[in-house]
Design a protein around this ligand. Structure first.
Ligand SMILES: [Zn+2]
Length: 266
């Protein structure tokens, strides 16, 4: 190789090396960003208060049992009545004190354990990333089909209807993808927390009671008096609930209780 050839080879290798290094650095930064992205910055904490010391202590003791001693969790109160507790981002646990205090100690442990597993295993971010990855290709095809149709038609009514259909399909498909992923992580949180805290029994009694309450409500005069629209809305909400049904949760927790692994850990 001539001297000029060697110089060119040297310059090219250095450049190639630098390019590879910068690509790898950016890829690493991207991965770090994704790892550190907790969505906590998007949580609206206005009007919420920190939970009382006894609840904070209970959460801290369960965190220790789950090996999350160094994992920061901010426990706040909420007035949302859909469940006794829920999590947001990677470090926020919200508790509805009125509902929560109506539960016995074992049920409280079971509920907090379930929520903490969501945080420890980063379920919020994973759900978002996985549901959008499943949905994106479907959404792209839908969008392409709609665009082709819109270009062909001159009728505003047709265009309006096509857009309406697209958005309802968009919402429907996305909702289905996200429910599918959510239910998977709900099951994971139920099983892992029950396994690590031995709370399968209290979880089963909680879901059995919830199931009975739901059945009683559906048979009640109050429900029967509701308008058809209200009843359809209720069934729709049940159908698209991101949690598995109470019956399913009871069934897989019972299966877990019968497993040798669980029996051994008791
Ligand atoms: Zn959950």
């Amino acid at each position: 190789m001539t001297t000029l050839g060697r110089i060119v080879f040297f310059v090219l290798s250095v450049n190639l090396g630098a390019c590879c290094q910068s690509v790898m650095c950016s890829a690493k930064e991207l991965v770090d960003d994704i790892k550190n992205c907790t969505l906590d910055d998007f949580i609206d904490l206005d009007g919420t208060e920190l939970a009382s010391p006894d609840i904070q202590e209970l959460v801290a003791s369960i965190r220790a049992e789950l090996g999350m001693k160094d994992f920061f969790v901010e426990v706040r109160l909420t007035e949302i009545e859909t469940s006794p507790a829920f999590v947001a981002g990677k470090h926020h646990l919200f508790i509805n004190e009125d509902i929560f205090r109506g539960l016995n100690r074992d049920e409280q442990r079971g509920i907090i354990g379930h929520e903490l597993i969501h945080l420890r295993n980063n379920h919020g971010l994973k759900s978002l990333l996985i549901s959008s990855s499943i949905y994106s290709p479907i959404g792209l095809v839908l969008y392409k089909v709609l665009q082709d149709q819109l270009h062909r038609s001159k009728s505003w009514a047709y265009k309006f209807t096509a857009r309406l259909v697209y958005f309802s399909m968009f919402l429907g498909f996305y909702k289905c993808c996200s429910i599918f992923v959510h239910r998977h992580y709900e099951k994971e949180a139920d099983i892992v927390s029950a396994q690590e805290l031995n709370t399968a029994e209290s979880r089963i009694s909680y879901f059995t009671r919830e199931d009975l309450l739901e059945k009683n409500y559906l048979n009640s005069e109050e429900y029967k008096r509701k308008s058809l629209f209200e009843r359809c809305k209720y069934s729709f909400q049940m159908f698209f609930d991101p949690h598995p049904s109470n019956a399913k949760r009871i069934a897989y927790l019972q299966k877990l209780m019968q497993s040798k692994e669980y029996q051994k850990s008791l």
